[in-house]
Design a protein around this ligand. Structure first.
Ligand code: COA
Ligand code: AMP
Length: 632
C-alpha cells in the first residue's frame, strides 16, 4: 500500500483504521468501543479497553523473552558515564519504585510531579507512576522555582520526585533547592519529596518532607502493573499558552500507546530491537513520546543522552553517540544542528565516525531553515526529515511516513499529513483555502488517538483555546499553507508563543515579569530572529515618568528576574527602552509591527494605529542597535 491510500483510509474510516492499530499493543481487555465521546462531548478512544503502559514498556518484553535486551543506553558525557539498562533491570527498577510510591500512599489517580535531569531515575519515576495508575507531570529542569510553583499549584501533586542536581555542560544545577523554594512559594504543599542523591556535592538542606530515593526502594516491595481504562490519564504535561499560566495537557493511556506504537513503525520505520535516539529532554513532549514511551513500547533500545550537541565535549558528540550505539533513527531540533554546523561547518568531525547505521534523521520542534536541512543532508547522506507536531498532539501531525512510503523531501516543508490528521488551511472565517494560500493550520475533528483529551481541570480553556475558533476543527495556533502536492509549510505561530532553541515559551509570562519591575510603566516582549536559536525574546520597555535608572542596571535586574521567575531557558538577555509603544486606537500593542522592524522585514503600518509618529521614533532607536550580536 502507498502513503496516499493508507492516509485516506485513516480519514475515511477512523474507527476501522485505529481498531486495527490498537491490536498491535497488548491489552488486558481489548477495546470493543473504538471512538466514543466523553462527558464533555470530546473524543474518547478505546473507551472500554484496559491496559497498563508500564507493562507495555517493560514486563511485556521480559515475558516475550527479551529481558536481556538493552532497553536504555544512558550516555552521559557530562559525567563520563555510559550505562546499559536491560528490560529485566528496567522492570525491576520501576516495580520497586512503584512499591515505594505505594508506601507513601500514592495510588491510582494521584498526581506526582517529576523534576529531574536526564538520568535513568527520571524514566523509572515516569514508569513507576504509570504502573500504579498515578498521573505524572514532568517539569523541565530549565524552569525556575516560580514556574515550578505554578505547576505544583495546578497539578496538586502528593509527591515530588527530584534529584540533587543536573549538570549543564560543566555547571551544577541545584535541583533540590529549587524544589524547596517552589514548595515554599506554592499554595499547595506536597506531602513528600523523593530525592535521588547523585553525589556531586550539590547544595542540600534537609526538610521534613524529604525521602531518600535509595532508602525508599530498599524498603519497598515490587508491585505488579495495575490495569487501567484506556482514557485513564497517563500524564499531565504543561506547555506555554498565550497567557502567563501554562496549560496542563492531559494524555490518555490507550490512545497514546496505540499512536506511539503506530508511529514507531510507520513514521520512524524502526523495528523492535533496533536503536532509536531522540536528543531532547524528558521534560518536553519529545522526551515523553520518543525517549521514553514510544521506543520502549516498541521494544527499541532508547538513548538517554545527558549532554549538549556542542561543548560536551565538542561538536562531534552526536556522531560519536550514533556510531557507538548503532543508532538507526535519530531525532533532534534544528537548533542543535545549527550549533554543530557553526562549530564544524565542513562536517569534518562527522567524517571521523562510521555513521552507516543511521538511516533517517528527523528534525522538529521549530521551523527548519533550508540551509540547515541541506547542510545536514549533504553531510549525512540520509533522508533528513522535517516533521511537525506539538505538546498537544503528542506525536507527529506532519511527517514523511517512511515506514509506509518514503516520499521526496521538500526542504522548507514539514512534510505531509500523518494518518489520522485531516489538516486543513482555513481563512479567518473558517473557510478552507486553496493550495499555496497561507492561513490558519487546523485539523478536522476527530483528532486521532494519542492527542490531548482535555486540559487538566480546565475544560473551558480547552474549548476556548483549541475548539471554538473554528467549530469542527482543532486549531494548532500555527499559520501555514499546503502546496499543490499536498506538502505543508508551517510559517510560524499566529499567537504570542515563541520558540527559543526548540523550547516553547510564552511572551505573556515574560511580560508579566518585566512589567513587575518598579521602573517599568509599560512593556512588550516578542520573539526576534536568532541565527542559533531560531527565535529569542526581546523586551521593549517604557519607563515610568520621572524614574531615573541606569539602563544597564535596569536590564540586568530584569534579566535576573526572568531567570528567577521563568528560568535560564528563556534566554532573555536584552531590553530596549523607548518613549512609547505603538498601539492601535483601541489600545492593542502592535508587537508584530515592532518585530518586523527589529528583524528588518517589510511591514505595513496598520490603519488602526493611534499615532503614526511613533514609527519614526522606533525606527531610529532600533537602527542604532545590532540585535544579531546576542545570537552569536
Ligand atoms: N536544566 C537547567 N538549566 C538548563 C537546562 C536544564 N535541563 N537546559 C538549559 N538550561 C539553561 C542553560 O544552562 C542555559 O543557562 P545560562 O543562560 O545560564 O547559560 C540556558 O538554560 C539556555 O540554555 P540552552 O537553550 O541550552 O542554550 P545554550 O546557549 O546553552 O546552548 C544549544 C545552545 C543550541 C546548544 C542548545 O539550545 C541546544 O542543545 N538546543 C537543542 C534543544 C533541544 O533539543 N530542543 C528540543 C526540544 S524538542
Ligand atoms: P511544542 O508544543 O513545544 O512541541 O511546540 C510546538 C510548536 O513548535 C508548534 O505549534 C510550532 O509552532 C513549532 N514547531 C514544531 N515543529 C515544527 C516544525 N517542524 N516546523 C515549524 N514549526 C514547528
Amino acid at each position: 500500500m502507498d502513503y496516499k491510500d493508507f492516509f485516506e483510509q485513516s480519514i475515511e474510516n477512523p474507527d476501522g483504521f485505529w481498531a486495527e492499530q490498537a491490536k498491535q499493543i497488548a491489552w488486558y481487555k481489548p477495546p470493543t468501543q473504538i471512538l466514543a465521546k466523553d462527558g464533555f462531548g470530546h473524543s474518547r478512544w478505546f473507551a472500554d479497553g484496559k491496559l497498563n503502559v508500564s507493562y507495555l514498556c517493560a514486563d511485556k518484553h521480559v515475558a516475550d523473552g527479551f529481558g536481556d535486551q538493552t532497553a536504555i543506553i544512558y550516555d552521559s558525557p557530562v559525567t563520563k558515564k555510559i550505562e546499559r539498562i536491560s528490560f529485566y533491570k528496567l522492570k525491576d527498577e520501576i516495580s520497586r519504585l512503584a512499591g515505594g510510591l505505594q508506601l507513601l500512599g500514592i495510588g491510582k489517580g494521584d498526581t506526582v510531579l517529576i523534576y529531574m535531569p536526564m538520568i535513568p531515575q527520571a524514566v523509572y519515576a515516569m514508569l513507576a507512576c504509570a504502573r500504579i495508575g498515578a498521573i505524572h507531570s514532568v517539569v523541565f529542569g530549565g524552569f525556575a522555582p516560580h514556574e515550578l510553583a505554578i505547576r505544583i499549584n495546578d497539578a496538586e501533586p502528593k509527591v515530588i520526585i527530584t534529584a540533587s542536581n543536573g549538570i549543564e555542560v560543566d555547571k551544577i544545577i541545584h535541583y533540590k533547592p529549587f524544589v524547596d523554594q517552589a514548595i515554599e512559594e506554592a499554595m499547595h504543599k506536597p506531602q513528600f519529596v523523593i530525592n535521588f542523591e547523585r553525589g556531586h556535592g550539590a547544595d542540600k538542606q534537609e526538610r521534613p518532607y524529604d525521602v531518600d530515593y535509595n532508602d525508599l526502594i530498599e524498603k519497598a516491595h515490587d508491585v505488579e502493573p495495575l490495569p487501567v481504562l484506556s482514557y485513564h490519564p497517563l500524564y499531565i504535561l504543561y506547555t506555554s499558552g498565550t497567557t502567563g499560566t501554562p496549560k496542563g495537557i492531559i494524555r490518555d493511556s490507550g490512545g497514546y500507546a496505540t499512536a506511539l506504537k503506530f508511529s514507531m513503525k510507520y513514521i520512524y520505520n524502526v523495528e523492535p530491537g533496533e536503536t532509536y535516539w531522540a536528543a531532547s529532554d524528558v521534560g518536553w513532549v519529545v522526551g515523553h513520546s520518543y525517549i521514553v514511551y514510544g521506543p520502549l513500547i516498541n521494544r527499541n533500545t532508547t538513548v538517554l543522552f545527558e549532554g549538549k550537541p556542542i561543548k560536551t565535549p565538542d561538536a562531534s558528540t552526536f556522531w560519536r553517540v550514533i556510531a557507538e550505539h548503532k543508532v538507526k533513527v535519530m531525532f533532534t531540533a534544528p537548533t542543535a544542528i545549527r550549533a554543530i554546523k557553526k562549530e564544524d561547518p565542513d562536517g569534518v568531525l562527522m567524517k571521523k565516525y562510521d555513521l552507516s547505521c543511521l538511516k533517517y534523521q528527523f528534525l522538529a520542534g521549530e521551523r527548519c531553515d533550508i540551509t540547515t536541512l541541506e547542510w545536514l543532508q549533504n553531510n549525512l547522506k540520509v533522508p533528513v526529515i522535517d516533521h511537525f507536531w506539538q505538546t498537544e498532539s503528542g506525536w507527529p501531525m506532519l511527517a514523511n511516513m517512511t515506514g509506509i512510503e518514503l516520499m521526496p523531501v521538500k526542504p522548507g516543508s514539514a512534510s505531509l499529513p500523518v494518518c489520522g490528521y485531516d489538516i486543513q488551511i482555513l481563512d479567518v472565517d473558517g473557510n478552507p483555502l486553496p493550495a499555496n494560500t497561507e492561513g490558519f493550520v487546523a485539523v478536522k475533528l476527530p483528532l486521532p488517538p494519542g492527542t490531548l483529551t482535555n486540559l487538566w481541570r480546565n475544560n473551558h480553556r480547552f474549548v476556548a483555546g483549541y475548539l471554538e475558533r473554528f467549530p469542527g476543527f482543532y486549531f494548532t495556533g500555527d499559520g501555514g499553507y499546503i502546496d499543490s502536492d499536498g506538502y505543508v509549510f508551517i510559517t510560524g505561530r499566529v499567537d504570542d508563543i515563541i520558540n527559543v532553541a526548540g523550547h516553547r515559551l510564552s511572551t505573556a509570562a515574560m511580560e508579566e515579569v518585566v512589567a513587575s519591575h518598579y521602573a517599568v510603566a509599560e512593556c512588550a516582549v516578542f520573539g526576534i530572529e536568532c541565527e542559533l536559536k531560531g527565535q529569542r525574546p526581546l523586551g521593549i520597555v517604557v519607563l515610568k515618568m520621572g524614574t531615573e535608572i541606569e539602563i544597564r542596571r535596569l536590564e540586568s535586574e530584569i534579566v535576573s528576574s526572568i531567570r528567577y521567575s521563568i528560568g535560564s531557558v528563556a534566554s532573555f538577555r536584552e531590553i530596549v527602552v523607548v518613549p512609547r509603544l505603538p498601539k492601535t486606537r483601541s489600545g492593542k500593542v502592535l508587537r508584530s509591527l515592532m518585530r518586523a522592524m527589529v528583524d528588518k522585514k517589510a511591514y505595513t503600518i496598520p490603519s488602526t494605529i493611534e499615532d503614526t509618529g511613533v514609527i519614526a521614533e522606533l525606527e531610529s532607536i532600533f537602527n542604532e542597535r545590532d540585535f544579531s550580536k546576542m545570537c552569536k
